[in-house]
Design a protein around this ligand. Structure first.
Ligand SMILES: Cc1cc2nc3c(=O)[nH]c(=O)nc-3n(C[C@H](O)[C@H](O)[C@H](O)COP(=O)(O)OP(=O)(O)OC[C@H]3O[C@@H](n4cnc5c(N)ncnc54)[C@H](O)[C@@H]3O)c2cc1C
Length: 383
């Protein structure tokens, strides 16, 4: 077992860090801090991500993708601003779904633009009454004279308000065994009947999370992706990859909070001594770094298992649950080490606290991740 990065991995990580420092961070700083980025700003972001070759991380190079490994993806995710990382995971996952399941014509119409960052993608599955239980979706699919008609409402959709292309999960009822026959259909943003409303969040406020209304939206039959009934299986494949990536992104916020806490404790004096000289402070600093590093190792090991084509449903669920919980605990401790300063809006740790909290919900809540892991351990589904 080798815990050292290869030369290529170091280069990828360093290049991602440079891109963040030189282009993405200044772009985010220039835009309003408490509002979703404009479409123009997001197009600029995707231009940078495309130049860097990471808009289709999970596609093989022969399909125009990055050809990088999932561990490479994780190393990049640790360097990206979390709000951009979350958007990229949605775009890349949606692009993968389209590229692997669409007809050659549909693929040709969208995938090159998605890779070039000229279009942004999202996937719309969740609904007000179908969150953790994604099989319970009620967005209806009807076939009529060569057209597909979709009617329903989707909730909590990342990227939707800036996306050009939506992968919509919808249902045509149940199959002969009584199982939901769920489909994936590509819908373009400018199709009549599509409406998007932004939902304000506590954290990652420059990001985009929306409600999407589909009111009798009609698209050609050729916009179907994959086979009827395969939606659940293909969604799960992408979710497995997303989970450790989200964990690493949350931990990257915790790492920044930790660096600030170390710096603060090395300069702040109380009782005539530096905070960093006190035993309980050292215990907290040790605890924070242990939380970050242990979460990180579990995420990287889940990604490594995927690169080896091993089943990673349990590891990936365990990694996201552990890493996002650790990130939240670590940031809370770092905040506490700053005393009153930690809870001011001026310092920025309270924003990290709000941002990191968001990661405990998408692609599996903490409870659902336990149930996925439990199912792997016992071969019994409890949900
Ligand atoms: C930032 C963000 C981005 C998102 N992006 C997307 C996206 O791009 N596309 C998309 O389709 N969706 C997206 N979602 C939606 C996300 O997938 C859902 O919010 C998530 O699956 C949980 O569903 P819910 O919010 O309806 O919670 P619920 O399912 O109502 O869960 C509420 C609580 O009940 C618990 N619970 C539920 N069932 C059980 C059970 N059987 N046993 C024990 N506890 C249970 C959960 O763990 C949770 O704590 C996003 C959400 C967020 C916050």
């Amino acid at each position: 077992m080798d815990f050292d990065l290869t030369e290529d991995q170091r280069m990828i990580r360093d290049a991602a860090r440079r891109m963040t420092e030189e282009t993405l961070t200044p772009l985010l700083a220039r835009e309003p801090q408490d509002q979703p980025l404009s479409k123009a700003a997001m197009q600029e972001v995707y231009g940078y991500l495309s130049d860097f070759g990471i808009t289709a991380m999970r596609l093989p190079a022969e399909q125009g993708g990055s050809g990088m490994t999932m561990v490479d993806y994780g190393l990049i995710m640790e360097q990206l601003p979390p709000v951009i990382g979350l958007s990229l995971i949605s775009h890349d996952g949606s692009t993968t779904r389209i590229s692997t399941g669409a007809t050659p014509e549909l693929r040709a119409a969208h995938v090159p633009d998605l890779i070039a960052g000229r279009k942004i993608a999202c996937t719309a599955t969740s609904e007000a009454n179908a969150g953790s239980n994604s099989n319970a979706i009620s967005t209806r699919l009807e076939q009529d004279r060569g057209m597909l008609r979709i009617t329903g409402r989707k909730m909590w959709i990342t990227n939707a308000s800036v996306a050009d292309v939506f992968v919509v999960t919808c249902t045509s009822g149940v199959d002969e065994r009584g199982k939901p026959r769920n489909h994936r259909v590509l819908v373009e943003r400018n199709t009549p009947g599509v409406e998007v409303t932004e939902i304000p969040l506590t954290g990652l406020r420059q990001g985009h999370l929306s409600e999407v209304s589909l009111d009798g939206v009609e698209v050609p039959e050729g916009n179907a992706i994959g086979e009827p009934g395969d939606a659940g299986r293909f969604m799960t494949l992408v979710w497995n990859g997303n989970r450790p990536l989200l964990g690493l992104s949350a931990l990257s916020i915790a790492r920044r909070a930790f660096d600030m806490a170390r710096e603060h404790c090395g300069t702040r004096q109380q009782f005539g001594r530096l905070l960093s000289q006190m035993q309980l402070i050292q215990q907290d600093l040790s605890e924070i770094e242990t939380l970050i590093e242990s979460g990180r190792l579990l995420c990287l090991s889940a990604l490594h298992a995927m690169d080896r084509d091993r089943r990673a449903n349990g590891t990936s669920a365990m990694a996201k649950k552990f890493a996002t919980a650790n990130a939240n605990r670590a940031i809370d401790l770092a905040m506490q080490l700053h005393g009153a300063l930690g809870i001011t809006t001026e310092l920025g740790i309270e924003q990290m606290w709000r941002d990191a909290r968001i990661f405990q919900v998408p692609d599996g809540t903490m409870g659902i991740l336990s149930l996925i892991h439990g199912r792997e351990l016992t071969s019994k589904a409890a949900f």
